[in-house]
Design a protein around this ligand. Structure first.
Ligand code: PLP
Length: 367
């Protein structure tokens, strides 16, 4: 027998990214008449009905290999968003795998990446998986926007990626165009800006900047998109990146044939054509966020106005105690200590029924 220690490599455990407990995991430990999952920013309206039909229509073909490549999906993305072209899109199994392709493509041990906490914590694990170094330049306190000057000062010859989440998870805040221009126009050529805009459909701020604006100027910017949020397809695992033709072609070198399975592709294509479902989703979030703002203000809750489908607040007690109190009402929310926000809780905006139960729980806490 050989020495087994010599056969193992050391990995950063990606499971350290706590994606949040699922409804069935929770139900195994507690019984609820009704459980509202407002902890993972999913779409409370469910999947697009057109996507569900596409899955059913294609189920009998599963014995065959599906699409060798993602050409049809790219065409559908371009049809839904005519400012994109197929040569500037690459697809993967979720925004998470888009991020993984990017870190695999650009990082080697010792290189540095800038993140701005509180933020989506998967970045840290992916950076460390490549042996690269995380440099945290926290968001500006109070307003939670990017600290442009501090980010620019943190760039060294070893910096390879700056991760930006706009609008930001978990705070729901956004960095405006003026600030973003100031940052991206000053980033040197050896740095790639990963512009994670998976919540962009929910933004209604007139000065919210999009990744494509910078890509069209030829900048080293990669936009990250997901079907898990506005399209309601978190379980299917589908996402895409947008970048210059040069960066897209480079990243596509590491994609596998048949990388996106048949059902994901047909569901994604159908969801992209379901403008009605997307509009209903965005309208619901807009109406419900206004309703929640008023309810929060009535209770004196300290919250941050949001450009996403969730609201960040600063509870008056220990985060986990607060989360458990809401769970007693059958409402799951997310404590954000692991995102780098030791005083924050993130609550996905639900429908009126879910939000009413949420307010019942919050009223008992803030009474
Ligand atoms: C900011 C951000 N980026 C990326 C993702 C990954 O999304 P996906 O479900 O497509 O992997 C998430 C998911 O919550 C997110 O919040």
């Amino acid at each position: 027998m050989g020495d087994t220690n010599t056969i193992f490599k050391t990995f950063i455990n990606q499971k350290d990214y706590d994606g949040g407990i699922t409804r069935s995991e929770l139900k195994q430990s507690k019984s609820f008449d009704e459980l509202w999952k407002l902890s993972s920013n999913e779409n409370i309206l469910g999947p697009s009905p057109k996507a569900m039909k596409a899955i059913v229509d294609n189920i009998s073909n599963l014995h065959e290999y599906g699409f060798r490549d993602d050409a049809l999906l790219k065409d559908a993305i371009c049809k839904a968003t005519p400012i994109f072209t197929p040569q500037t899109i690459f697809t993967a199994n979720g925004g998470s795998e888009i991020l993984e392709l990017i870190t695999r493509a650009f990082l080697t041990p010792g290189l540095e990446c800038i993140i701005s906490t509180p933020t989506f914590i998967a970045y840290k694990n992916l950076i460390e998986s490549e042996g690269a170094v995380v440099v945290d330049v926290p968001l500006e306190p109070v307003n939670y926007t990017l600290d442009v000057e501090a980010i620019l000062n943190a760039i060294t010859p070893n910096t390879r990626i700056i991760f930006i989440t706009n609008p930001n998870n978990p705070t729901g805040t956004y960095t405006n165009k003026e600030k973003m221009d100031a940052l991206i126009n000053s980033v040197p050529n050896h740095v790639v800006v990963v512009y994670d805009e998976v919540y962009y459909h929910f933004s209604d701020a007139l000065d919210y900047p999009r990744a494509i604006d910078y890509i069209n100027q030829g900048k080293n910017v990669i936009g990250v998109h997901s079907f898990s949020k506005s399209y309601g397809l978190a379980g299917i695992r589908l996402g895409y990146g947008i970048a210059t033709k040069k960066i897209t072609a480079y990243i596509e070198n590491i994609q596998r044939p048949f990388m996106i399975n048949t059902l994901s592709q047909v569901a994604g294509i159908a969801a992209l054509g379901d403008f009605d479902h997307l509009k209903k989703t965005v309208d619901l979030i807009k109406t419900e966020k206004e309703w929640l703002y008023k309810e929060f203000e009535n209770l004196g809750i300290n919250y941050w106005p949001t450009q996403t489908n969730f609201i960040f607040l600063d509870p008056p007690m220990d985060l986990h105690l607060f989360t458990n109190k809401l769970l007693e009402f059958g409402v799951m929310v997310r404590p954000c200590d692991k995102f780098g926000a030791p005083n924050g809780v993130r609550i996905t905006i639900g429908n009126r029924k879910a939000n009413t139960v949420l307010m019942k729980g919050l009223s008992s806490i803030y009474k």
